[in-house]
Design a protein around this ligand. Structure first.
Ligand code: DLZ
Length: 160
């Protein structure tokens, strides 16, 4: 899937406010595998939050397979959740099980709770693909930032 064509709407502090004027509660739920890539994703989501005037809560889970439960817990007391993880293909079908479980679980959390979950799970063939999407110096995409923007956009679209 190409990242070309992603939305370019600028984020303003108004995007961080609930209709009653209080700041939105934003959680970043982040797996702990592949440190360098994860740091880039978390920085990207945090940068987006700062542009919206928000200080997100950072919740770490062991791996991407644990993202749905982390997101479900966060959805209980946040207006939006950003789920971040990196899974890199190995030599067994394990990759597919972790990616499928995490993806289906995150969708279920979003639909069951009605709380937007930004999908920042990188599913890559190798580390270079992940670094290219991590929002780091030299990266071509910034998937943590994009996932956070999507979560806030969904909060906004539910308010109209
Ligand atoms: C086990 C595993 C493997 C092999 N690879 C990754 C990975 O690339 N990225 C990731 O986020 N997590 C990985 N994990 C850990 C699983 O997501 C999970 O944490 C463990 O299976 C324990 O439930």
């Amino acid at each position: 899937m190409s990242g070309a064509g992603s939305p370019t709407t600028a984020i303003t502090p108004a995007d961080g406010l609930a209709p009653d004027g209080r700041p939105l509660r934003l959680a970043i739920v982040a797996a702990q595998w592949h440190d360098a890539v994860m740091n880039g994703l978390i920085d990207g989501a945090t940068r987006l939050a700062a542009e919206a005037g928000l200080s997100p809560d950072l919740i770490r889970v062991p791996g991407s397979f644990e993202l749905p439960l982390g997101a479900q817990r966060a959805a209980a007391d946040h207006d939006a959740v950003v789920a971040l993880g990196v899974v890199i293909r190995g030599g067994t079908p394990h990759f597919d099980y972790v990616c499928d479980g995490a993806t289906a679980g995150l969708m279920r959390v979003m639909l069951d709770t009605g709380v937007p979950v930004g999908f920042g799970l990188l599913t890559c063939d190798d580390e270079k693909q992940a670094l290219d999407r991590a929002g780091l110096p030299g990266s071509v995409e910034d998937k943590g930032y994009e996932a956070a923007a999507a979560a806030l956009a969904m909060v906004r679209s539910g308010q109209v």
